[in-house]
Design a protein. Sequence first.
Length: 439
Amino acid sequence: MGRGKPASSRNYLPQSGSDEYSVTEYDLDLRYRVATNRLDATATVRGRANTLLRSIRLDLVRLKAKRVKLAGDTAAKYSQTATHLVVRPSAPIEPGEDFTVEIAYDGSPAPRRTRWGTLGWEELEDGVLVASQPSGAPTWFPCNDRPADKARYRIRVTTEQAYTVLATGQLVDHTVTGGRGSWTFEQDEPTATYLVTVQLGRYTLEPRRSAGVDWVIAYPAPLARQVLHDLEPVGRMLGVFQELFGPYPFRSYAVVVTEDPLEIPLESQGMATFGPNQLDGHRTEERLVAHELAHQWFGNSVGLAGWHDIWLNEGFACYAEWLWAERSVGPTADALARQHHAGLRAAPQNLILGDPGADRMFDDRVYKRGACLLHDVRLTLGDDAFFTLLRAWTHRFAHRTATTADFRALAQSFTDASLDALFDRWLAQAALPPLPPAA
Ligand SMILES: [Zn+2]
């Protein structure tokens, strides 16, 4: 990844995805054996050409295409490299024209190694998780792997009957035949490839309804006590976050707790995944429970157009942690902002928040500086205007993508005083700006 990338490039993943076409829908039929880690699958990808399309380049890692069909074109050819599947129509596809590719593929899926660690389809001790941010999706399905290309999904997973399957979307069908269970999910809200997931394990399902939202906890039965205790605040978080950020953007929320410990929890569309180490029965990591839930508004519904704007995901989710503290057991967001600002002052000041670079996308300073920026905006606008701004943001860009420029313009509409200096200080300078005095 990143081979030959000029230092000034704002595309952090130039080898991933294509802007020559957009996908409208993925229909994935996955037949999988946990015992042997064997995947035998069919993906139907429906897309539209954005330009005169001489070839359709899909990201696909490790898995082998066995048969590729381009609807209406029996003479189409295809070829495959270690990271891509390229389909060549017999005649170019005109701009605006729709196409459908059906790909039968198989193999033993495994995570890909990247500068951000191993990503994608990953075997657990007794199950599977998928954690793709930012470039792991092609380890399990052929896709246009760029965050701006959101699509609808239908995912069918067939596996050993003993396992519970959760995947992106609403469960619309579950049948058991010959010792194998089939689970079908449909996700109508546009979804970025990196946020699509499959979680498979010997899970107990605990359905809940809080603040008008259906949500479910999936967990290994022996962990019931610690998991249910630590996730109990999610119900109140759903109430507080809807008040602060606007309506919950999806039809449901699922929290999956794996049996294996995880380095970090992660968000996916309508879902979050934790290890038992993050839910230890003492609510030690309650901030992370709030953080992953907040991503449903910031990152998942309002999505990134490009990875250089990652602070729009992580700065907002981090600030949501502080807001949750303020609205629950404390301390205030102001106290937390000042505490973390002191930490940032002691850290190296060599990060540009508005374009941190591929290596520093997930640097903790992106999270904390982004949250401090938002606190500065809150102190500058006042609480009423600031929270109206947050709700306007999640409403205007719901299920779309947005940029830093979009946020600046929207924030500016709440005051006559120019916010340019504030945003420039935080986004374009390496030196850490001061926080204004508390309101
Ligand atoms: Zn996050």
